[in-house]
Design a protein. Structure first.
Length: 118
């Protein structure tokens, strides 16, 4: 079972950028998804990437601002977040699997907090 560890979160002003990392144990021959959950809200899909990087998916709310990528030599998936907005504030999680529903994903990381100030 994959073990995932997120990093890179923090506090940033609106319009700023952050890059999140999801480090996986062992070989990464599986898709990875990024999800986020704000207080009082359901966990929502943000972006996903297939095991070979050929298929990318984005939520409409982040399309054009966020970019997902992966480096399988480093067993790491990245989420580059630009033009951040206060509504992007949430705990961000990476998970192993494919699709857009949280139930399609198995192993989850512990999360990294992203806070965007206005």
């Amino acid at each position: 079972q994959a073990q995932l560890v997120e990093s890179g979160g923090g506090l940033v002003q609106a319009g700023g950028s952050l890059r999140l990392s999801c480090a996986a144990s062992g070989r990464t021959f599986y898709g990875i998804g990024w999800f986020r959950q704000a207080p009082g809200k359901e966990r929502e899909f943000v972006a996903g990437i297939s095991w070979n990087g050929a298929v990318l998916q984005y939520a409409d709310s982040v399309k054009g601002r966020f970019t997902i990528s992966r480096d399988n030599a480093k067993n790491t998936v990245y989420l580059q977040m630009n033009s951040l907005k206060p509504e992007d504030t949430a705990m961000y999680y990476c998970a192993a699997g494919s699709g857009r529903a949280a139930g399609d994903f198995g192993s989850w990381g512990q999360g990294t907090q992203v806070t965007v100030s206005s």
